[in-house]
Structures are given as structure tokens and as C-alpha cells.
Ligand binder design. Structure first.
Ligand code: HEC
Length: 301
């Protein structure tokens, strides 16, 4: 009886993940997106090249139904199922991907993604392109950061400049700046968030005891704190000799005790071996139980 319940639970779980795996919903506002330019034969040609490089291995030759046998099936992009979707829908799918299809957000530029759609549409004689709508120009602040060390102040000085409406550059005040220092694992924030003053400057006190590399260099990054993404920002990086020179072994050096087995303490080796044995023992126990159930059911017949 217990075994049957277990089977039912496994069945429900697998159906659940199946259903989740099959939905690939495109938000309505994305469906309504149209290309910013009229599709041209040049775009189609570019799209064709991009297609054979990035898509053909899975989706096959257009119109030939020879796509790779994957789950879920990629399908032929010349056929109705894909062609019935709006340009915005297809653009969204190429942009975001869905396992096993990669997301092309950072692989292909927006222009390249549109040229792929221009190429796809050339296989659909019924397709009429909706009037192009240029993407609205960015209306927020466009801020660029720079960083230097001020010896007299003993502070890291971050300067923010911004592009002004008349095309000129100006100092950006009121920008929230964060400073990070690179550590072994990821980044550590230095001090609090600072807001740039009228001169576009934010000064960070640097902790005097922060370890650097052998020569005392630390890798710093300054970024803009902009949770609502109302600015377009460029961070600043610098490698400054303001840390305490530290000759630490790297994680892969033999002195780090967890890097090689020879340096690991016995209790860690023992705990590790024991847990591996327990896991395998448990798997063995389950296999034995299943075999026993089989034997019992045969005995009944
Ligand atoms: C690794 C294999 C793979 C690659 C590479 C790949 N795709 Fe896909 N693609 C898939 C799979 C699998 C699906 C089906 C996903 C689903 O329905 O859940 C899919 C679905 C799609 C869809 C939706 C089709 C429909 O009928 O709803 C579009 C559009 C699409 N891919 C375009 C592209 C384009 C354009 C490229 C190249 C830039 C590309 N894909 C590269 C595997 C791939």
C-alpha cells in the first residue's frame, strides 16, 4: 500500500514538471512589440547567415522539417506554429530562450535578432510586416563613472559625469555610488552608499588594514546604485596600490590545507568517506527492497 502511494506521488510530480516545462508564456506587452525598421533583403541575408551559425543545429533547414530530435521538439521555424506568432513574440523567445534553447540576449544584438526574424518571415508568403516603430530613445540620465585615489585626502574619489541633452558632458550630482573591492570570492562593499556632490564627486574612506596583493594592489569597482534602472550607467574599475601588501598563498597553493588530499586533516577524510558509504548503503537498501517486492509479488501469483 505504501509503495503504491509512493508511485502516485512520483507520477504527480513528473506530470507537474512536464506541464511546467511546456508553458513558454510571452507577456502581452512583449507580444505587441514590432520591429524598429522595415525588413530588407540585406537583413534577410544577414539573418540567413546568423541562422546557419546559431540556430540550424537544432531547428534544421528552413521548411525541411529536419530539426534535431530534442525534448521539447524545436520544430521548423518556417511552419505555422512559429509563423502564427507575432514578431514581438518570436523576438522575446529568441531573446530569453528556454532550456535547451540558449538565450541570445547577450549573444546576438537586437538588430541581429530582428534580422533573424526578417529571414524567418521570408518563408511565409502570407506575412505582412506591421509598420515599424522605432524604439523610444532613452530619456533618463546617462552616467559614466571614473575613479582615482586622492593621496592628500587618503580617499578613493569617484567622479560621475553625465551626457546632457545638448550633447555636452557635465558633472553629475545626486548619483548614488557604491564601491567594491575584489576578494577571493566575489566582491566586498567598501563603506556605505555615497551620493555625488555638486562637483559630481563621492569620496570613500579606504580601510587602512585591507589586505591587497603582494605589492599592496587592490582591484576596485565603482557602480551606480540604481534599483529602478532609471539611468544608463558605466561603472569604473581601478587597480590601486592602497592595500596592505599581503603574501598569501593562493587557494590552489599547497599551503592551503583543503587544496590537496595530503594536507587535509584526518577527520575530514573520515567524515567524507563515511558519508559516501552511508549514501551508497541507502541506495543499496532501496534496490534490495524493490527486488524483495518483486519477489513477493511473484510468490503471490
Ligand atoms: C540547442 C538547441 C536550440 C538552438 C541552438 C536554438 N533553438 Fe530555438 N528552440 C529550441 C527548442 C527545443 C525549442 C522549443 C521550446 C519549447 O517549445 O518549449 C525552440 C523554440 C524556438 C522558437 C519558438 C518556436 C515555436 O514554435 O513556438 C523560436 C522562434 C526559436 N526557437 C528560434 C530560434 C532561433 C532564431 C535560434 C537561433 C538564433 C534558435 N532558436 C536556436 C532549441 C534551440
Amino acid at each position: 500500500m505504501r509503495f503504491k502511494n509512493l508511485l502516485i506521488i512520483i507520477f504527480i510530480c513528473s506530470v507537474g514538471t512536464r506541464v511546467a516545462a511546456q508553458t513558454w508564456i510571452v507577456p502581452d506587452d512583449q507580444k505587441a512589440v514590432v520591429a524598429p525598421v522595415k525588413f530588407t533583403p540585406d537583413m534577410q541575408k544577414q539573418g540567413e547567415q546568423l541562422y546557419s551559425k546559431n540556430c540550424q543545429s537544432c531547428h534544421g533547414n528552413m521548411g525541411k522539417d529536419n530539426w534535431a530530435k530534442l525534448t521539447p521538439p524545436p520544430g521548423d521555424l518556417a511552419k505555422d506554429k512559429a509563423q502564427k506568432q507575432t514578431d514581438g513574440e518570436i523576438f522575446y523567445r529568441i531573446t530569453t530562450g528556454k532550456i535547451p534553447m540558449p538565450e541570445f540576449r547577450n549573444i546576438l544584438s537586437e538588430d541581429e535578432r530582428w534580422s533573424l526574424i526578417a529571414f524567418m518571415r521570408s518563408f511565409n508568403p502570407k506575412y505582412v510586416q506591421p509598420n515599424p516603430v522605432a524604439k523610444a530613445a532613452f530619456t533618463g540620465r546617462i552616467v559614466t563613472l571614473a575613479m582615482q585615489y586622492s593621496d592628500p585626502m587618503k580617499k578613493v574619489l569617484v567622479t560621475a559625469t553625465e551626457q546632457l541633452k545638448d550633447g555636452q558632458k557635465g558633472l553629475a550630482s545626486g548619483v548614488e555610488v557604491m564601491l567594491f573591492v575584489k576578494r577571493y570570492f566575489g566582491k566586498m562593499q567598501v563603506g556605505d552608499i555615497k551620493t555625488t556632490n555638486a562637483k559630481g564627486e563621492a569620496a570613500f574612506e579606504f580601510p587602512a588594514d585591507l589586505p591587497g596583493n603582494k605589492e599592496g594592489y587592490v582591484e576596485l569597482t565603482a557602480t551606480v546604485n540604481d534599483p529602478k534602472s532609471v539611468m544608463m550607467t558605466t561603472p569604473a574599475n581601478a587597480n590601486l596600490a592602497i592595500g596592505v601588501p599581503t603574501d598569501k598563498p593562493s587557494l590552489t597553493a599547497t599551503r592551503a590545507w583543503w587544496s590537496t588530499r595530503a594536507n587535509a586533516p584526518v577527520w575530514i577524510l573520515l567524515t567524507y568517506t563515511l558519508s559516501v558509504l552511508i549514501v551508497w548503503g541507502f541506495i543499496g537498501y532501496i534496490v534490495m527492497s524493490i527486488l524483495r517486492i518483486k519477489k513477493l509479488s511473484k510468490g503471490d501469483a
